[in-house]
Design a protein around this ligand. Structure first.
Ligand code: FES
Ligand SMILES: [Fe+2]
Length: 377
């Protein structure tokens, strides 16, 4: 659909590059191509593994516009299936989390095991050569890395470790796979999914948008590491000790993550696993945001806040958690009106590509180059 030459100005160095044309934030045809090539065609994040504990725990979600169910099977393995009945295509499980012993279609009651096999199909005895083994749920590749679940809807992406490259090694000190979820919240924003994720990966807007809350909290960030894999990451020091920053009421923050040492104890690693997961691995907590594109101009976001088990087990954890949530809510309340205003501006026929702040927006540039590369194949 696109040729590399169309992105010639974007593919320059961040000092020289021009940003993606505004139509990439508004056009339905481009959105559909993104869903096909960047979401269904690659590995996308589908939440935290610790959300699905017991056999039968499931999460029904959409990935690149495709209904998928993630479920823990009898053997304790995480599985993913197309959430469409093999009889006449009914969506099997309503969106959201849940628990079931087996999956029963609400239409004509075809029933599947947690292993995806069709167990029963009522009154099909007179269908010639009908064999239940031929009509199991369609499997979707699923993998779990650093406590995050990833799925590949079209089944054609490279193996997960090739896709993620250095991702696990770079995040090892934070021991992300050992963290537990303290809180999770879903909300919708009237902006393109790329714009939603971009604002969490640039320091440039802090000074203006967050001037009343935490703009003074961060020191200028390091340059992003040169990494192998479909992600970008950047470390930045804090000016105060915990990730609750200046909204802290003076009581000590939760203790640092057990695996951190040296400079890791002074700041946050901001990472963006393309296309849809971004997180801040901070001294004391992990703040993760996952985006589900609903349309060119609307995005569903899930905010998850995770902690080491030692912190989550403390008696004062509920009060501490409130302080962490307060900080995130304060930030989001400032970001969301900006994102919605940006979407209005981008929708104008008079909108044009812009330039990047090389020091403060390198991750936005890296991501835009990534999405443009996916679209050009
Ligand atoms: S569509 Fe599922 S049983 Fe008929
Ligand atoms: Fe922000």
């Amino acid at each position: 659909m696109f040729r590399k030459s169309e992105f010639e100005r974007l593919f320059r160095s961040v000092e020289e590059a021009e940003s993606l044309p505004p139509v990439f934030y508004t056009a339905p045809e481009i959105f559909n191509e993104e869903m096909r090539l960047a979401f269904r065609g690659g590995w996308v994040s589908a939440g935290r593994a610790e959300a699905l504990v017991e056999p039968g725990d499931y999460l029904s979600l959409e990935a690149g516009g495709t209904p998928v169910v993630l479920i823990r099977d009898q053997a304790g393995r995480l599985r993913a299936y197309g959430n469409s009945c093999r009889h006449r295509g009914m969506r099997l499980l309503e969106p959201g989390p849940g628990h079931c012993e087996r999956i029963v279609c609400p239409f004509h009651a075809w029933t599947y095991g947690l292993d995806g096999q069709l167990q029963s199909a009522p009154r099909m005895g007179d269908a010639v050569d009908f064999c239940k083994a031929d009509y199991g749920l369609v499997s979707v590749p699923v993998a779990c890395r650093a406590g995050f679940v990833f799925i590949n809807v079209d089944g054609n992406a490279p193996p997960i470790d090739e896709w993620l490259g250095d991702f696990e090694a770079l995040h090892r000190p934070w021991q992300l796979e050992t963290l537990v979820t303290g809180s999770t919240r879903e909300f919708d924003v009237r902006c393109n999914w790329k714009a939603f994720l971009e604002v969490f990966n640039e320091y440039y807007h802090l000074q203006k948008v967050h001037s009343g809350t935490f703009s003074t909290y961060y020191a200028p960030p390091d340059a992003p590491e040169a990494v192998r894999g479909n992600f970008t990451t950047q470390f930045g020091e804090h000016r105060s000790v915990s990730s609750t920053g200046k909204l802290d009421d003076g009581t000590p923050p939760l203790p640092p993550m057990p695996g951190l040492s040296g400079r890791e104890l002074t700041g946050t690693r901001y990472s963006w696993v393309y296309p849809n997961l971004t997180f801040a691995a901070s001294i004391d907590a992990l703040w993760a945001l996952e985006a589900v594109p609903l349309s060119p101009s609307s995005t569903r976001a899930t905010l998850t806040l995770c902690f080491p088990t030692e912190s989550a087990g403390r008696e004062d954890f509920p009060e501490q958690l409130d302080k962490y949530l307060y900080r995130m809510e304060a930030g989001l309340a400032e970001d969301i009106p900006i994102l919605e205003g940006q979407q209005r501006g981008l929708s104008s026929c008079l909108a044009r590509p812009g330039r990047f702040s090389p020091r403060l927006e390198p991750s936005v540039h890296a991501f835009q180059c990534w999405i443009a590369s996916r679209l050009t194949g």
